[in-house]
Design a protein around this ligand. Structure first.
Ligand code: ADP
Length: 538
């Protein structure tokens, strides 16, 4: 053995911040305020304020490892927290403002958050659970210009005097914390590390992954409380990309307006957001002047192939990504290998809608009762992952040890197959698969195909008990405004690509698909609502 001669530079978020604050100090960060006006400042200012925040936290008694929570929209002060809290050696715990007050207070208590930094416009939400949590200090950021009686963020920054020393950060220290949304039990906490976050940012920026560079204008629509906005703020800061943060305005017109004004080149969010954008683009009248080939990174749920195709017609590029809170979250992205880019448009669209190729340093395998499955595009099993930014445990949840295999892999609970070219194809989440007789039917594949029908805005397919087959698929369909479609027409449409026995027995038309706090289809709610569904034919 011979040791390398290389320096032992700790991989910390400070390296990213220093680079942005020096090399790219003039690069702009734009944030949209609640009144729709734009706030603009530079990386240099963000750098100075993040350091001041770190010093203020140290002066206030925050020590390495302490949790400091945020309850904030996407904007520049949240970005300052992304860097300032870790620079104090503390852990940035982003609270999900779309959860019920009782869930937020459970999470804040479980994490033992010491301080909270909150947007003034979110104080009414805080008031719903404030007496149930033990924040030592509540610091309010003046985002909406609303008066308040708490400590002000700007005054707090003032206390971060330059002579206050910051701790020497170690690369294995935790710097961020997120809780899973808890669709299967109580939410579980994941701790991101300084090193894991740096490596994740590097992986995300690679050309065959997120392909983010100094030439980009990045808009994370995904909230900064949803798995660290998928790492986009760290990635963009690292490479000196311009950042545009949409604040609370996530409706299609506000987003399109922001894209147009700022020349956005890359944006990221869940399929729901893009469905809305697509409907807006397809409306007659207003034409939007978007950057040609703007990339839309889509994750959090399956990307319908029809969506990839529809955006391609507008010269916009959908890039599907797969990940989980537990995977930091970017584990794979659907960029095209050259041999696939040389195939016809339909093939390209299909691959673009898949979970994609594992990002370098992330290992994947698919396991079923017979062991690790071959990459034949057909054999399915549970997707398992491992790598430097995949969690190896949950924060203070020894009861959740069965999420990890004895040989060190994380069990995702997603059912997948691998194509021979190395693309991950997600068939379903284990709990959403429909067990019909002895066969499994994928709800996701049916949904994708139903959503490809021109009259359909959205569709969720759920399993409902059936006297003969145990479970059968029920399709819950949202029609596009001013369109009509019948169950028989949808059946005809599905028969082009599915065997008859896979088709939903019934179609029910609903006004909207219920969603989770992060914008995913909340099938549990639909399953409860239609639990006693009377099948039209037994
Ligand atoms: P939660 O597990 O609470 O929903 P996450 O945001 O961590 O919260 O979600 C991770 C899950 O989202 C994955 O396990 C998977 O089921 C789903 N998901 C994410 N990306 C994709 C994708 N590209 N295709 C299909 N499902 C996806």
């Amino acid at each position: 053995m011979l040791n390398a001669t290389m320096m032992k530079t700790p991989l910390t978020l400070d390296l990213l911040l220093e680079r942005a604050g020096t090399v790219f100090k003039d690069v702009e960060i734009v944030s949209r305020r609640p009144d729709h006006s734009l706030h603009t400042y530079s990386n240099g200012e963000m750098y100075a304020r993040a350091k001041r925040l770190a010093r203020a936290l140290v002066a206030a008694g925050i020590t390495p490892g302490d949790r400091v929570a945020t309850l904030m929209w996407n904007h520049y002060a949240h970005l300052e927290c992304y860097f300032g809290i870790p620079a104090a050696g503390a852990v940035l715990h982003t609270l999900n403002l779309r959860l019920q007050a009782a869930d937020i207070s459970y999470i804040a208590q479980h994490a033992e958050d010491r301080f909270l930094i909150v947007d003034d416009v979110l104080l009414p939400l805080l008031e719903q659970f404030r007496d149930q949590v033990n924040f030592e200090r509540v610091i309010v950021f003046n985002f909406g210009g609303q008066g308040h009686a708490d400590e002000d963020y700007e005054d707090f920054l003032e206390t971060g005097r330059p002579e206050i020393e910051l701790p020497e950060i170690q690369e294995d220290w935790a710097c961020g914390m997120c809780y899973t949304s808890g669709t299967t039990g109580r939410p579980k906490g994941v701790l991101y590390g300084q090193k894991s976050s740096v490596l994740h940012a590097m992986g995300f920026c690679l050309p065959d992954a997120g392909n983010i560079s100094v030439k980009d204008v990045c808009v994370p629509v995904v909230p900064m409380f949803h798995a660290m906005a998928w790492g986009m703020p760290y990635a963009a800061t690292m490479v000196g990309a311009r950042q545009v943060l949409p604040g609370p305005h996530l409706d299609p017109v506000s987003l399109l307006d922001l894209y147009e004004r700022t020349g956005t080149t890359v944006t990221a969010g869940v399929p729901t957001i893009w469905m809305g954008i697509l409907q807006e683009l397809e409306k007659a009248g207003r034409r939007w002047n978007l950057s040609s080939g703007m990339r839309m990174i889509v994750g959090g749920s399956a990307t319908p192939v029809s969506m990839v195709k529809a955006f391609a017609a507008h010269d916009l590029q959908v890039i599907a990504a797969w990940g989980m809170t537990e995977t930091s979250p970017i584990a794979s992205l659907a960029q095209l290998r050259p041999e696939i880019a040389a195939r016809d448009a339909d093939a390209q669209h299909w691959y673009r809608a898949q979970a994609g190729l594992p990002v370098p340093l992330v290992d994947v395998r698919v396991v079923n009762d017979d062991g690790v499955v071959a990459w034949d595009g057909e054999s399915t099993g549970e997707l398992q992952v491992r790598g430097p930014w995949i969690t190896a445990s949950y924060y203070q949840r020894p009861d959740a040890a069965d999420s990890f295999t004895a040989d060190g892999w994380f069990r995702t609970g997603d059912v997948a197959s691998m194509t021979p070219e190395g693309y991950i194809h997600i068939a379903d989440r284990t709990k959403d698969l429909i067990k019909s007789g002895g066969e499994w039917i994928s709800s996701v594949e049916l949904e994708n195909e139903i959503m490809a029908h021109p009259a359909v805005a959205e569709a969720a397919v759920i399993a409902v008990a059936h006297p003969k087959w145990m479970e059968r698929p029920l399709a819950c369909v949202v029609k596009k405004p001013e369109f009509e479609v019948t169950p028989d027409e949808l059946r005809e449409h599905l028969l082009q690509n599915f065997e008859k026995w896979c088709l939903p027995n019934d179609f029910v038309f609903i006004d909207e698909v219920p969603r989770t706090s992060t914008g995913k289809f909340q099938k549990l709610v639909l399953r409860e609502r239609f639990a006693n569904w009377q099948w039209s034919e037994a």
